[in-house]
Design a protein. Structure first.
Length: 149
């Protein structure tokens, strides 16, 4: 099943196109910055960047906001809470929390592709209290316990 995602463009994004997949096999569509003026992220700085979009994601689905590999590789700019989740019942403006991990200031301009969104199935689980859990070979062994090779 292919979900329909309804999008509402806000006034500060009226001149921007709707998001689009950039290739036939792309898993995500690009999100653009909807800014009234350019914005500079200093090294180590983060900010919520508006996209000028509100979305109606159908029940049973979520929007996953992910970094664009080119921004991460070329400038060290990524999505801070990656992946960020846009829930099916959220109707506010979608914003992208970008952080500059690079060594130089990074300029964000109106219409710049700043992140991508993947639409994915999202189920809600039943939460059940237990008095004990089943045993496994791994048990409570945590970080790095399964090896590095």
């Amino acid at each position: 099943m292919i979900p329909d995602i309804q999008m509402l463009r806000l006034p500060h994004a009226a001149d921007l196109p709707l998001p689009a997949y950039q290739s036939q096999g792309a898993a995500g569509f690009d999100l653009m910055a909807a800014l009234n003026a350019e914005m500079i992220l200093a090294p180590g700085e983060f900010s919520a960047i508006p996209t000028g979009l509100q979305m109606a994601i159908p029940e049973g689905w979520e929007g996953q906001v992910r970094p664009r590999s080119g921004l991460a590789f070329k400038a060290g700019v990524t999505v801070l809470n990656s992946p960020g989740t846009i829930d099916c019942d959220y109707r506010g403006e979608v914003k992208v929390i970008l952080i500059n991990h690079g060594a130089a200031p990074f300029t964000i301009t109106h219409g710049m592709r700043i992140a991508q969104m993947v639409i994915a199935p999202a189920m809600q689980a039943r939460i059940l209290e237990a008095s004990a859990l089943d045993d496994t070979d791994r048990g409570a062994s945590g970080f790095g316990s399964t090896g590095t090779k």
